[in-house]
Design a protein around this ligand. Sequence first.
Ligand code: GRF
Length: 198
Amino acid sequence: MSLKFAVLISGGGTNLQALIDAVESGHIPAEIGLVVSDRPDAYGLERAKKHKIPSVVLSRKEFESAKNRDEILVETLENHDVDFLMLAGYLSILTETVVKKYEKRIINIHPALIPNYAGKGYYGDKIHKEVLANGDKETGVTLHFVDTGVDSGPIIIQERIPVFEVDTLESLKSRIHSVEHRLIVDTAKKYCEDSLNV
Ligand code: GRF
């Protein structure tokens, strides 16, 4: 029986789209059983709808604590028989409630070369703006397993990406995104085939 995974998002969901396309073409031998968003207005939810993938919104505001929200998250994941989770731009920090339950079964994509620009507060455009402001010559993408820290779990793969002097936030982001889409698909595929070399 093929594996089923959930994709957790907070925004546009271009990484989610890459995963959807790879599943639909048969490249990833698995099914996306659920999309979870912590924001009701995340465009990724539209993508899920378009591809008839069940989705659920667990908005931060609706719960008194992150633990409380994650208890509902675990319940939802179990109801959908999910085997593993891909965090694709999910901005909430998962608590032990989820991490312990899905140990070595949660993979996050981070748009920098961890340990650089990683940890609490480093997400989205903030990372790219700092990379540009610091005049860095390279940045990158990291996929890692999620542990109870922030961006601290075992690294699965990293790829370097050049930063050019003429880069703007948009040009850099778009170069990073195209690498992300390839790596997130490769990683999910390898996870399903049990061929990740961590
Ligand atoms: C990606 O750059 C991901 O690495 C970061 O958030 C962004 C999400 O992009 N954590 P998208 O929603 O998949 O387009």
